[in-house]
Design a protein around this ligand. Structure first.
Ligand SMILES: [Zn+2]
Length: 132
């Protein structure tokens, strides 16, 4: 078994149209594509990075993936999800703040400004794929 890491793959995620089924379908296509290019017999594990602001619920993601991957070499593959905290930067004072838990607010914790920029937290990446 070994891991293949293409450059991290960003899954196309359009505002307001994202839902688990279409996202998991994109993931499966990317995974199968890379697995085939590497002559894999089986996909064991898929490592994902999901931002806290992403709408994806990991349990659902696994269920949909199981459903979609039936009869492919990715059948039975485990999804391993690493969560990315929400990180904001204040455009007024420049303060950057990372919310480790899901307790973010969209005002600056330092100066109270609502002029903020989202730096991290909406990611949805495949970081690596383990195959054999
Ligand atoms: Zn501020």
């Amino acid at each position: 078994m070994y891991a293949i890491c293409p450059t991290p793959v960003a899954v196309n995620q359009k505002e307001n149209t994202v839902h688990e089924l279409s996202v998991m379908s994109s993931i499966l296509n990317i995974v199968l594509d890379h697995a085939n290019k590497n002559n894999a017999d089986k996909v064991i594990k898929i490592n994902l990075k999901i931002g806290h602001l992403s709408d994806i619920i990991p349990e659902w993601a696994q269920n949909y993936f199981d459903m979609l991957s039936k009869d492919t070499i990715a059948d039975g593959a485990e999804l391993s999800v690493e969560h990315v905290p929400v990180k904001l930067r204040c455009l007024s004072c420049g303060h950057e703040h990372t919310f480790e838990k899901k307790d973010w607010s969209f005002t600056c914790v330092k100066c109270g400004s609502s002029e903020i920029e989202l730096l991290e937290g909406r990611e949805f990446f495949i970081t690596s794929i383990e195959i054999m």
